[in-house]
Ligand binder design. Sequence first.
Ligand SMILES: Cc1ncc(COP(=O)(O)O)c(C=O)c1O
Length: 403
Amino acid sequence: MDGLASAVAGIRKRFPALQGGELVPLDNAATTHRPQAVLDALTAFYVQSNANVHRANHRLGMAATAAYEGARARVARFVGARPEEVVFTRNATDAINLVARGFVEPLVGPGDAIVVTALEHHSNLVPWQQVCRRTGARLAVLDVDDQGVLREPIDWPDDAAFVAATRVSNALGTIVPTDRLVAAAAERGLPVLLDVTQAVQHLPLDAGSSDADFLAFSAHKMYGPMGLGVLVGRRGVLERTEPVVFGGEMVDSVDQHDARWQSPPLRFEAGTPAAASAAAFVPALDLIDELGIDAIRAHERELLEQLLAGLEAVDDVVVLGPSGAAERSGSVSLAIPGGDVHVAGTVLDMAGVAVRAGWHCAEPLLRRMGCGPTLRASLALYNTADDIDRLLAVLPEAVAACR
Ligand SMILES: Cc1ncc(COP(=O)(O)O)c(C=O)c1O
């Protein structure tokens, strides 16, 4: 057992929703639970700093702006960026849509391909389909093998103009070699967006991947509040991105018939932002850094190994994705041939085990894997070996009930 496994009991005490011991929280890829420090920071913002940001010059206004901009600087430090490279959005989906509308749509047209992988969440697929519909560009999909691993060497289309790829598949847990993908794209002069929504809370952001032009993620999947996402834009790409939402605070000056924009990132943050959520994201990032992302990875990898080994003894389930824990992060998806996974999910719920049954917003991927909806168990830093044992203990009954 690594240091973190023994510390997890103490860490878990910081999460009010996990007290009492009844709940086995294994639906963390959908959203994580939040520690008390995040809940306290939300309250503290509304009690001590309740004002709109960037507007009022009274003391509460200044406190609100300081909290919001402090959070931006904290996020920047977490991902190794500069504060002006960090845009606050509503969620990862919103961040990807901003790049789709504001950066890629003006860039592409007939004769261009937007390249995605077969592993994408709908949030990193549907926006690109829409860009293609509006511009006449086409979508090129990099295929995976039968284990859901990206095929290499990558077969780059000659007409590639932009690349959008996930770092970790939310449905299968596959880790994509985005460092190699980003390097190969850079050789071709292609800008890249990495969807790191299922990665930044589980894995170190390796040097190659952090070289991507854009990174997108959501606070609520990394122990922070809902309603806040992040777009990181590097190497001046934000300067070349058009705003797509217009209104107050994103403007520098306005006359009756025209307006000029603020510099990034503020030009992308029209209207009142989720300032309380931004302030409350800080203790979530502090928690990840306190434990250390390498220790979190080591702990979760042990749990993945335990789960994969235990599943070998469960009849009538097919484990999707790579066979080893080294190529996986976060999630394990199970198909139950001839069974309704929703029934299995309900049986697990009755035993207090929370997993997700469904398509996981990755319908084309699950079809590519030759199956339909799956049962997905997904990990967070507060999970324990006991959680995995409890899942494995009830799973045979859940599988039998749905067949
Ligand atoms: C890989 C991936 N990308 C994007 C998203 C979208 O995140 P959100 O719903 O917070 O916008 C998710 C959500 O599950 C995801 O798993």
